[in-house]
Design a protein around this ligand. Structure first.
Ligand SMILES: *[C@@H]1O[C@H](CO)[C@@H](O)[C@H](O)[C@H]1NC(C)=O
Ligand SMILES: *[C@@H]1O[C@H](CO)[C@@H](O)[C@H](O)[C@H]1NC(C)=O
Ligand SMILES: *[C@@H]1O[C@H](CO)[C@@H](O)[C@H](O)[C@H]1NC(C)=O
Length: 546
């Protein structure tokens, strides 16, 4: 989302900052700008921080596994996923998707936190999980502090859990190295942790909305000796609490109130967190409800007035579509997308399974072999569906699949995955493989499968010798969430040669509701309706924007 322009933007921005003179030390003549959203993918509940030259971005992932993805950037604009803080969801048996009545849909990882503690060279991740406990994972010995933020070997280790839900938490490592967790809704509390962050030593309410304003999504910072807690009134506003003392009393000011922009028919930018560049400029990274695509991040500069209150730098009184690049650097991260041929010994960080996978039923060996892991007629109860986020606003994901290992009763294909889903794939019956488009798989309002889907269209009979097929999902996740009654659609295509693609079935109308939280994803699956033993091998996946 990078563009180059010769326009001098900082001059324009200065005029719109509320009563705050802006000092700018940059070569505006060579200004390079970026566009919002900085990353058009479903990475919600973000926590952003910097170690040396590297910005890190932790996000939530519900019952997808591995969980708590971490992205990396050198400029706050170009991001790439580098690891997951929770390699396997260790929160209970339902995260393994053992049965139709024991599943973790819409549970798992939401509004969690991640920070780096330089004194012990340890990254901490904390998340409150259903069941009233806060799980702690750490990565030690990464040498990030010594290597200007770079990490070559993430070493995520479970540190167990604390017996309290730190709801919507934010971690602060104070100047004296004490660890605090800010959390809660309406009443904001701070818990002080012990020296290694594995137990609580003190817990206290620090702020209660006098007007009963509902706030949550806390992030805490210490800037020049002052404590700041950023909180959201979901899903419209962001407030700032400020105090000289971590335990309060805190004063409250609004940061953004239902701010317009930068893209139409999405919700208002809110929640998220702030981060400073090496040169001391501050940025606020928020996210917007952008269903059917989920929640996507937007970035803006912020400035502090002489009393230490921050404000978002607005463009025409809105969240800017375009701002100057926060950092000029020659360091780059790999761009997302392209072709994945499943080489190497592990999946790339773009991929997340629906619930914890059965690791005995998949392998990388000249492709991704998916050996059926469940006997069910319900995709929502089948283990080992592999998913990844759909880049917006429109993109196509194409899976090349070797179907020669399928057995009688197997179903394999490419799914547009969410609570109301559809897929294109192969149903094998006896020795006959049928190409089908199945729609209206429905997880139901209580996440109890309401419909396992209906065959909406059938393709030509596949020859017994057909070894490989190409399945393509063309998704339009342009936000249609707020102020729009438009229904976004996805079409499904197949190819028998990898060149000529044919649409199967009608465009599928996507749901734009928020209650499932996660946006639509590309997915690939193979499950058995009769008996285990069959397999499908995903030879490649490619993604193109449309
Ligand atoms: C990985 O983490 C564990 C537990 O925190 C630690 O004992 C170990 O030294 C770390 N490994 C490396 C290579 O740093
Ligand atoms: C913090 O203090 C430094 C040095 O006085 C000053 O340059 C900077 O603007 C201050 N930052 C904030 C956010 O108040
Ligand atoms: C089940 O699915 C049908 C059709 O999509 C829908 O009308 C109905 O509301 C659903 N019921 C529940 C409980 O989700």
């Amino acid at each position: 989302m990078l563009s180059i322009t010769k326009t001098i933007f900082w001059g324009l921005l200065t005029a719109s900052v509320l009563g705050t003179p802006l000092t700018v030390n940059r070569d505006t003549a060579a200004a390079t700008t970026f566009n919002n959203p900085v990353l058009w993918q479903d990475y919600p509940d973000l926590d952003v921080f910097r170690v040396g030259d590297v910005y890190y971005y932790s996000s939530s992932s519900f019952a997808f596994s591995p969980g708590a993805p971490v992205l990396k950037s050198y400029d706050l604009v170009n991001w790439t996923p580098v690891t997951h803080s929770v390699p396997r969801l260790n929160f209970g048996s339902e995260y393994d998707l053992p049965s139709a009545t024991n599943r973790a849909y819409v549970k798992g990882i939401w509004a969690s936190t991640m920070r780096y503690r330089e004194s012990t060279d340890t990254f901490y991740w904390l998340g409150c999980i259903s069941g009233g406990r806060t799980y702690v994972w750490t990565a030690s010995g990464t040498k990030a502090g010594a290597n200007n933020g770079e990490v070559s070997n993430w070493n995520w280790t479970s540190k167990g859990s604390l017996p309290r839900c730190y709801y919507d938490n934010g971690l602060l490592i104070d100047d004296d190295d004490t660890m605090y967790v800010v959390y809660g809704g309406t009443t904001i509390r701070v818990a002080q942790l012990n020296a290694d962050g594995t137990a609580e030593v003190k817990d206290q309410a620090v702020y209660t909305s006098p007007d009963n304003l509902y706030i949550e999504g806390s992030r805490m910072y210490k800037i020049n000796g002052t404590y700041y807690i950023f909180v959201t009134k979901p899903a419209d506003d962001e407030y700032v609490l400020k105090s000289k003392n971590i335990w309060g009393p805190y004063e409250r000011r609004i940061l953004v109130d239902s701010i317009s922009g930068p893209i139409p028919n999405a919700g208002n930018a809110h929640q998220g967190g702030i981060v400073s560049t090496k040169s001391g400029q501050w940025y606020y990274m928020a996210f917007m409800d952008a269903y059917p695509g989920g929640r996507i991040p937007v970035l803006s500069p912020i400035v502090f007035n002489k009393d230490g209150w921050p404000d978002v730098v607005r463009v025409n009184n809105e969240w800017g579509k375009t701002y100057p690049m926060p950092v000029q650097t020659t360091k780059t991260v790999p761009s997302s997308g392209g072709l994945d041929t499943f080489q190497g010994t592990s999946l790339s960080n773009e991929w997340e399974w629906n619930h914890n996978p059965d690791n005995s039923a998949w392998s990388l060996n000249g492709g991704l072999e998916l050996r059926s892991a469940s006997v069910t007629n319900d995709l929502f109860s089948a283990r080992n569906t592999l998913t990844r986020r759909i880049p917006g606003p429109k993109s196509a994901g194409t899976f090349r699949i070797d179907i020669s290992g399928l057995k009688d009763g197997d179903r394999a294909g490419a799914v547009l995955f969410r609570d109301i889903a559809a897929y294109i794939g192969v149903h094998k019956s006896g020795s006959t493989s049928s190409l089908v488009m199945v729609d209206r798989l429905n997880l139901g309002t209580n996440w109890v499968t309401n419909s396992t889907g209906t065959v909406a269209a059938s393709g030509p009979a596949l020859a017994a010798t057909t070894k490989e097929i190409w399945l393509r999902i063309k998704a339009d996740i342009t936000p249609a969430f707020s102020g729009s009654s438009a229904v976004r659609t996805t079409t499904f295509e197949y190819s028998l040669d990898g060149n000529t693609f044919t649409q199967l079935g009608k465009p599928f109308p996507m749901s734009n509701t928020w209650q499932f939280f996660t946006g639509y994803r590309f997915g690939v699956f193979n499950f058995a309706t009769k008996a285990l033993g069959g397999s499908a091998t995903v030879k490649s996946f490619s993604v193109e924007s449309l």
